[in-house]
Design a protein around this ligand. Structure first.
Ligand code: ADP
Length: 371
């Protein structure tokens, strides 16, 4: 019989709900999962005050995993949640609990949260995310960037920020700032060359912490750089972050477009509105003669967006200046604010803001109409 995989176990555990709060995987309650020759063990992290009441949940979790083919035995233990070691302040009546239990509730002080996603890596998702954020800021909005690409965080490099975030009260982190934009990334917490192995639940609790235990507010908009791909981790993230919408980044190659379609479907599955598709590396502008070369067959994303019933938001050329600036910590929108690329990103930013807020990003003064 085929060996049981961690993925299968987590997906079985994903059916176990802790009451109204959500499922135990998404809530980040599962830890220490070990699988050996068909024997499975894991712990369920709970608030110690709820320990006894959660015995039925523990048994249900064991049963769900026992039912999987290839499983010989299951041991689930309830362990005290790490965060419970420090007494949590009692929230006022009706308040949403902080931390991983926060689920999809709104983030206080943040008006809109927009995900930038791609079906696969290397299409320029982070480059678009950082320049979209800078474009939103250039349009007069207060902006944050949450680097949720915890497997390969690139925001420290792309925003030119190094160092560690500080905390005033030992619990809530202050975001880092550059170019007037607030930034939080796992890259600030661990050395860039430290390989990280993240289990699904750890991913979720890291993300929830970066979302909820950071003093983001007041912000008009938080741009979330999602991890590339459309697997379970991405789906859970899309589900757990209270997103106002998602922007899908794609290159013109057909194969990437197939991936883009998966991204689109993923957000639709969790009822997050897809704001549209950005075609990156859309065409190549020769820096010497200005000739426009459509290396990858330009226009595919526009057609695909039409076919999929979503908006074609922008086309970004392949330009060495875009690479050099974002990889050098000075995204093109701030490096060349009057250049053609900044214009494209600001227009993209204006459209995104218009779609999520219903208002014009350039904050035009209200027109006085005399009747
Ligand atoms: P992803 O987040 O999709 O993995 P990145 O944003 O990290 O991709 O981009 C991958 C590489 O491609 C980076 O070195 C980036 O600077 C470069 N790049 C992205 N978009 C462009 C572009 N339009 N023109 C030139 N280089 C680009």
């Amino acid at each position: 019989m085929a060996a049981v995989t961690e993925e299968a176990i987590l997906s079985a555990l994903g059916t176990i709900r802790d009451g109204e709060r959500g499922d135990v995987v998404a809530l980040g309650m599962i830890s220490g999962l070990v699988v050996k020759d068909g024997h499975v063990a894991f712990s369920i992290e709970v608030d110690p005050r709820r320990g006894a009441a959660l015995e039925p949940l523990r048994r249900a979790a064991e049963k769900a995993v026992e039912a999987l083919p290839g499983v010989l035995s299951v041991t689930a233990v309830l362990t005290a949640h790490r965060a419970a070691a420090a007494p949590a302040p009692v929230p006022p009546a009706g308040a949403r609990p902080a931390g991983p239990a926060g689920g999809r509730g709104p983030v206080p002080g943040v008006r809109a949260i927009v995900a930038v996603a791609s079906g696969k890596g290397g299409v320029g998702k982070s480059t678009v995310a950082v320049n979209l954020a800078m474009g939103l800021a250039a349009n007069g909005l207060s902006v944050g960037i949450l680097d949720a690409d915890i497997y390969g965080p690139s925001m420290p490099r792309m925003t030119g920020i190094s160092g560690r975030p500080t905390s005033r009260d030992g619990r809530i982190l202050e975001p880092m700032t550059n170019f007037g934009v607030k930034v939080m990334s796992m890259g600030f917490m661990v050395a860039e060359d430290t390989p990280m192995i993240w289990r699904g639940p750890m991913v979720m609790s890291a993300l929830q912490q970066m979302l909820r235990d950071v003093s983001w507010g007041p912000l008009d908009i938080l741009v979330v750089d999602m991890p590339p791909g459309t697997g379970d981790a991405q789906l859970t993230m899309a589900q757990q972050v209270p997103l106002s919408g998602a922007v899908i980044v794609s290159t013109p190659q057909d194969i990437a477009l197939l991936d883009a379609r998966k991204g689109l479907n993923m957000f639709r599955k969790v009822d997050v509105p897809v704001l549209g598709i950005v075609e990156n590396m859309s065409y190549f502008c020769c820096p010497n003669c200005g000739h426009r070369a459509e290396i990858f067959g330009h226009g595919g994303a526009r057609r695909e967006a039409e076919r999929l019933g979503t908006e074609f938001l922008a086309e970004i050329p392949l330009d060495i200046a875009i690479r050099e600036t974002s990889d050098g910590g000075h995204p093109i929108v701030v490096a060349e604010p009057d250049g053609p690329h900044a214009k494209v990103f600001r227009a993209l930013a204006a459209r995104v803001w218009q779609k999520v807020s219903g208002e014009d990003a350039r904050r035009a003064p209200p027109r006085i109409v005399v009747r």
